[in-house]
Design a protein around this ligand. Structure first.
Ligand SMILES: Nc1nc2c([nH]c(=O)n2[C@@H]2O[C@H](COP(=O)(O)OP(=O)(O)OP(=O)(O)O)[C@@H](O)[C@H]2O)c(=O)[nH]1
Ligand SMILES: [Mg+2]
Length: 312
């Protein structure tokens, strides 16, 4: 039994097969959070590095040999009877065929099906992280034509999640341009979140993106949206995003940017410290490109967000 005040450090794998399906298993009835579904993994042994624990647990529980893993998210959770740090890794590269080595129920499911299963409370942000891609494009442009060109470029770059921001557009054009963007994105299975400050009809979009000002005015998550995201710059805003039940946040600026020359950048060190207690997926924004993805993931990020990052 873990000491009440100590934190149980757990290595957890989001294991994906070639078709993109994710491996889940059912916890034994007698175990902590028994009967609920989980991502395979387990407790670190004393002094054991987390990646080593991940490899060992996935071999012991589901019989696979992990070839490579990338950090996905870290979650701190207090169950009352136990505090855990879930150290979650993406495992896209492994050998062997997964099998339930401990007699547990086991299934491969699509990311979209994860919410149909009962998981422990700490898993909510892990499921969001597993469903989210590594890139989040912010769509801007001085006029309708450049917005549509930028939209196509973002799609051509393989991005699957986009924020319609378009602040510079004439108010009378915004709804019309949004509808064109939604149509173009639908054809390529790209999900669109609309910036809440634009005050548009978003019934055909997949989500709402809150500016930090809009975030701080809310005390609960807007209803009826598949995705709710928030722009954050500090710990208070990140905590508020978590408190209202946002699915993910964007934290900026990590590096100096031309668009906000007077805002001091956070740098990776501070960015990483802020993520320690964020408990939700966070994209890194500000002066970054797609080539910064590995760096961002190592700092704890879900991935990279950007305006110009996806136009080249
Ligand atoms: N593996 C795993 N553990 C999770 C998840 N979510 C979650 O809250 N936990 C918690 O993290 C802890 C991990 O414990 P575990 O039971 O997997 O540990 P283990 O494999 O070393 O098991 P053992 O105690 O039987 O040796 C438990 O308190 C469990 O409730 C999850 O998705 N996967
Ligand atoms: Mg386990």
């Amino acid at each position: 039994m873990a000491h009440r005040n100590s934190v149980v450090h757990v290595a957890v794998g989001v294991v994906r097969d070639a078709a993109g399906r994710i491996l889940i298993a059912q916890r034994a009835q007698h175990a902590h959070q028994g009967g609920l579904w989980e991502f395979p993994g387990g407790k670190l042994e004393p002094g054991e590095p987390v990646l080593q624990a991940l490899v060992r647990e996935l071999r012991e529980e589901v019989g696979i040999r992990v070839a490579a893993a990338e950090p996905l998210i870290k979650i701190h959770h207090d169950y009352g009877d136990r505090r855990v740090l879930l150290d979650v890794w993406n495992v896209n590269s492994f050998s062997g065929e997964a099998r339930p080595c401990e007699g547990q129920a086991m299934q491969w499911v699509n990311a979209g099906q994860l919410s149909d299963f009962a998981f422990p409370a700490a898993n909510l942000p892990i499921i969001a992280a597993a469903r989210l891609p590594a890139y989040y494009a912010i769509l801007e442009g001085p006029d309708a034509e450049s917005i549509m060109t930028n939209c196509q470029r973002i799609i051509d770059n393989g991005v699957k999640l986009l924020q319609f921001r378009a602040k510079a557009l004439a108010a009378s054009d915004k709804q019309n341009v949004l509808e064109q963007v939604l149509q173009q994105c639908r054809q390529h299975a790209v999900e669109v979140l609309v910036n809440a400050d634009l005050d548009l009809d978003i019934s055909q979009a997949q989500g709402l993106h809150l500016s930090s000002r809009a975030l701080l005015r809310l005390d609960r998550r807007p209803a009826g949206m598949r995705w709710v995201a928030a722009s954050c710059h500090n710990a208070v805003e990140l905590q508020h995003a978590l408190a209202i039940g946002a699915d993910f946040a964007v934290l900026a600026p990590v590096m100096p940017t031309a668009s906000h020359p007077d805002t001091p950048p956070l740098g990776w060190q501070r960015f990483s410290e802020l993520l320690e207690s964020a408990n939700l997926p966070v994209f890194a924004l500000g002066g970054l490109g797609r080539q910064d993805l590995a760096l961002a993931q190592t700092a704890g990020a879900q991935g990279i967000a950007g305006i110009s990052a996806f136009l080249v």
